[in-house]
Design a protein around this ligand. Structure first.
Ligand SMILES: [Zn+2]
Ligand SMILES: [Zn+2]
Ligand SMILES: [Zn+2]
Ligand SMILES: [Zn+2]
Ligand SMILES: [Zn+2]
Length: 246
């Protein structure tokens, strides 16, 4: 961070911190003390996560398209109703959609990125809503989700195969998504395994992405484990695994 970043002159004897909305005596010692303080650092961090930046010597919120009042801080602004509403609507729209907001919010870029479609989108809620509901995007999302869910194409294009449930599913966006989100056997199997491998350095990514892979992999022990709840459970509780240091 540049020294004095966000600090602008406000009078002969004082400067103003744009992120904290406070005035400080114009002495290097005071400015350093302020910029090294916990509150200032938190505001700088929050600004990077919430789409606020400096515009023409003002604190400006991109999502709200609004200049923040002189005595308002980043923390104050992100608690406002307009900002909270935007945030909630945006999270609602983009959750599980492979849409990345970080570089938009940190002001690195003006667009948001849809990783599923490899396109940049304008950050307006309307544009994003239209995009996530488009058939093209829904298709891409399903294609992204298949290898994370043990679902594979088969010769017959009308159906796909779920290796977790050992069943065939109609190959439409709706039925594949319904299977991934709502099929009890499928959801419970993944949740149980996720629970078991949480923090254990065991990966089932390859099992899910490769039709013929039968094993999970323990990175800690560098070994394969047959990929079912029983085998994984006994592995993560085994002496060998527990006592292994990496
Ligand atoms: Zn400050
Ligand atoms: Zn805002
Ligand atoms: Zn997309
Ligand atoms: Zn399944
Ligand atoms: Zn292990």
């Amino acid at each position: 961070m540049k020294k004095g970043y966000g600090i602008i002159p406000s009078s002969k004897t004082r400067v103003r911190c744009l992120f904290c909305g406070v005035h400080i005596p114009k002495a290097n010692r005071c400015i350093d003390q302020h910029t090294n303080g916990a509150k200032h650092k938190e505001n700088v961090m929050l600004k990077m996560e919430n789409g606020l930046d400096i515009l023409n010597e003002n604190l400006y919120c991109k999502p709200c398209n609004q200049v923040v009042d002189e005595d308002g801080s980043v923390a104050d602004h992100i608690d406002t109703e307009s900002h909270c509403n935007w945030r909630a609507a945006m999270e609602d729209l983009t959750e599980g959609e492979f849409i990345k907001l970080e570089s938009y919010l940190s002001s690195e870029r003006d667009d948001v990125r849809c990783d599923a479609c490899s396109v940049d989108l304008s950050s307006s809620l309307h544009v994003i809503e239209k995009h996530v509901n488009s058939v093209k995007h829904r298709n891409r999302v399903v294609e992204r989700l298949k290898p994370l869910n043990g679902i594979f194409s088969i010769e017959n294009d009308d159906e796909v195969f779920c290796k977790i449930c050992n069943i065939y599913i109609e190959n439409t966006i709706g039925s594949v998504l319904q299977h991934i989100d709502d099929d009890e056997e499928h959801v419970v199997w993944l949740a149980e395994i996720d629970d078991l491998i949480d923090g254990q350095d065991v990966s089932i990514d390859r099992y899910l992405a490769n039709e013929y892979e039968i094993n999970a992999f323990c990175k800690k022990c560098e070994m394969d484990i047959l990929c079912d709840a029983q085998n994984i459970e006994s592995h993560v509780h085994s002496e060998d695994h527990l006592n292994r240091f990496v």
